[in-house]
Design a protein around this ligand. Structure first.
Ligand SMILES: [Zn+2]
Length: 65
């Protein structure tokens, strides 16, 4: 059996579509960000690295996997 070379995401980690609550711009945000993610349109903070789980400051529209 061949060793898998594909990347296996950690359980619970995924990409989410987040809509900025300031301007409505949609961004894809990883659920376990390591640095602050800001809206590309207005600069609003969408996610912050709080431990291992980000805290989205926008509306999650769903998974973007
Ligand atoms: Zn925005």
């Amino acid at each position: 059996m061949k060793r898998a070379h594909i990347w296996i995401p950690k359980p619970g980690s995924k990409f989410n579509k987040v809509q900025c609550k300031e301007c409505g711009e949609e961004s894809v945000v990883y659920s376990h960000v390591s640095s602050t993610v800001t809206c590309k349109a207005c600069g609003n903070v969408l996610a912050e690295p709080t431990g291992s789980i980000s805290k989205p400051n926008g509306k999650i529209l769903g998974s973007a996997d």
